[in-house]
Ligand binder design. Structure first.
Ligand code: TRP
Length: 336
């Protein structure tokens, strides 16, 4: 079995309200990796159900993430788009890796602490084991590179630890490659439009806090117009954004959408009032996003059969990769 050198795996959870942060922080970077890597992009529906999901909404949200992948420019013929629950190796390998990972390792995961909140005893076992399933996602393909946001770095380190311990425990040196994070550039952390110190989030009660991938041009422009800023004009330098979270966020979004650095954006707009900058940002956001969001809407409204077809074919190709790897894992572990 050959070990690929440049196999990318990443996933997005189908939990609704897909937003600009998901696009700029993840999906757009997935698109860029296609030229240089063999890419496998998953809709991680099994991760989604670690917290309650309405079944109908889960199905719709799974299609929505797939549509976002396709509309953003991921080519489902050259690369693989599928949903996790269609490929049994994820769950099967996760069980084995649950027996490799240590409780102490999981106890250190900050995302579990955040998501479980005060009611740890009431959280699902799946939420606790979530990082092990994520390790299984990656290792089931022996993927080498994983584009992730800052918030997933700890989980990726856990995946490396799990891979290493598996290789050691079973005296199978180098069987699982240690997956490398690919952390992305400018404005990978898109913040709330209502509070520049908080991450843009699917679960924020205010719809004005995020630009979603369902927003039309009017909604995008309105949300940017209402975005929280301050009365000062834009600074001339990046240092001038310190302590101005709302301004920093909008400049970051402009930079990411235009493939510029924040410094370049400020060279152009330094000294300008938000009354001037916001309409420019809205124009840019609409120009960059509406081709994607309108194509997503078209697929969701009129071409669900196509989305389902992409997911089904992707799963067949995914299984063709995981089958021989998982067969080898079974041998290594001693399953007959
Ligand atoms: N945990 C990731 C997130 O919420 C999603 C995810 C699941 C993932 N499995 C993965 C990301 C494997 C990268 C690789 O963002």
């Amino acid at each position: 079995m050959e070990q690929p050198k440049n196999r990318v795996f990443s996933g997005v959870q189908p939990t609704g309200n897909l937003h600009l942060g998901n696009y700029l922080g993840a999906i757009r970077n997935f698109v860029g990796l296609q030229a240089t890597h063999e890419c496998i992009y998953c809709v991680v529906d099994m991760h989604a159900i670690t917290v309650w999901q309405d079944p109908k909404e889960l199905a719709a949200n799974t299609r929505e993430v797939a549509a976002a992948y396709i509309a953003s420019g991921i080519d489902p013929d050259k690369h693989i788009i599928f949903n996790q629950s269609k490929v049994p190796a994820h769950a099967e390998l996760a069980w084995i890796l649950n027996c490799v990972a240590r409780i102490g390792w999981l106890n250190r995961m900050t995302q579990f602490k955040d998501k479980a909140g005060k009611d740890r005893e009431g959280a699902s076992v799946g939420l606790y084991a979530y990082p092990v399933l994520m390790a299984a996602d990656i290792l089931a393909y022996r993927a080498t590179h994983v584009p992730v946001g800052e918030d997933q770095k700890q989980h990726l380190e856990l995946a490396r630890d799990v891979a290493q311990k598996f290789n050691n425990d079973f005296a199978a040196p180098d069987f699982f490659p240690l997956p490398e994070p690919l952390i992305m550039g400018e404005a990978t952390r898109v913040m709330s439009l209502r509070d520049g110190t908080k991450k843009m989030s699917k679960s924020d009660p205010s719809d004005y806090s995020r630009i979603t991938m369902k927003d039309d041009a009017d909604a995008i422009a309105l949300k940017i117009r209402k975005a929280q800023t301050d009365p000062e004009p834009l600074p001339e330098t990046v240092e001038g954004l310190t302590g101005r979270a709302g301004a920093d966020n909008l400049v970051g979004i402009y930079a990411a959408l235009s493939d510029m650095t924040k410094a370049e954006v400020l060279k152009e707009f330094g000294g300008a009032q938000f009354g001037t900058f916001k309409p420019k940002l809205a124009e840019l956001a609409v120009e960059k996003l509406s081709p994607i969001t309108s194509e997503m809407k078209r697929m969701m409204d009129h071409d669900q059969g196509y989305i389902d077809d992409v997911l089904a074919k992707g799963a067949v190709r995914a299984r063709a990769i995981t089958d021989p790897i998982y067969a080898r894992v079974r041998e290594i572990v001693g399953f007959i």
